[in-house]
Design a protein around this ligand. Structure first.
Ligand SMILES: C[S@@+](CC[C@H](N)C(=O)[O-])C[C@H]1O[C@@H](n2cnc3c(N)ncnc32)[C@H](O)[C@@H]1O
Length: 229
């Protein structure tokens, strides 16, 4: 199988909100699943255009909300926040907050680096809550183009988290989206920044993509100290 590319959001932030119905659904399901604990300070990783940021604000009303993205997405944000941290979460210095949240981001972290990332985050918060795409995600793309990110099995992610957090909760969801035509499915992926590599594939291979459905496999994770349960 071809190796995973870097992500390609920069070009697509302006169209992202219109096409990101999966990411919206995932952000909503994540926030509704996290217990509504009393929080003063929060950090969001990979805020993008602020879809999940808005949910965090409405749900937790944190006094301090620091947001981060690899790219400078500030021109696309219409939500209030305390501070914007620009850069790769794996590399930059992070502040301490009560909770760290992230939706639809960690599948972009190289599998070999997840361990180090979770260790880093565990030193900066008492709770970590996130969604990420997991094993079996976008199987239609993998089958036709022989291309996939190295999506992890949810149990593997949970096992890594358990090294650094005392309690870990997990759940999975599958979403199947139906499109009128296969090309609509590919457009949806393109405009949400998922298919950088497909730009390099042959036109004929693109034209012959047969599937009118896309299957998303999502893992939800919530880690907490026993007292917070
Ligand atoms: C699919 S978008 C999700 C955006 C938003 N969280 C949402 O739910 O709509 C993924 C975002 O993660 C950001 N991202 C990916 N890798 C990152 C990293 N290593 N550090 C910080 N941000 C990252 C991308 O720039 C992009 O904005």
């Amino acid at each position: 199988m071809k190796s995973s590319p870097t992500f390609n959001f920069k070009k697509h932030f302006s169209t992202y909100n219109h096409y990101a119905y999966v990411q919206k659904k995932v952000a909503q399901e994540l926030i509704e699943w996290i217990p509504k604990i009393n929080i003063q300070t929060a950090l969001e990783i990979g805020c993008g255009t602020g879809i999940f940021t808005e949910q965090i604000i409405n749900y937790f009303h944190p006094k301090t909300l620091i947001i981060n993205d690899y790219y400078d997405t500030r021109p696309f944000l219409s939500v209030p926040y305390s501070d914007f941290l620009l850069g790769n979460v794996e590399k930059i210095e992070l502040p301490k907050t009560e909770i760290i949240l992230s939706s639809s981001v960690f599948q972009w972290i190289n599998t070999n680096n997840l361990n180090a990332l979770f260790e880093k985050l565990s030193k900066k918060c008492s709770s970590l809550a996130f969604s990420m795409y997991v094993e079996g995600n976008l199987k239609e793309i993998k089958e036709h183009f022989d291309y996939s990110l190295n999506y992890q099995a949810p149990v593997n992610i949970k096992r890594i988290l358990e090294k650094y957090f005392p309690s870990v909760k997990m759940k999975n969801s599958t979403y199947v989206y139906h499109f009128q035509q296969p090309i609509e499915a590919l457009k949806h992926l393109k405009y949400t920044g998922v298919t950088n590599t497909l730009n390099k594939t042959s036109l004929s291979k693109l034209r012959h993509f047969p599937s009118k459905t896309l299957t998303y496999e999502v893992g939800y994770f919530y880690t907490f100290n026993e007292i917070q349960k």
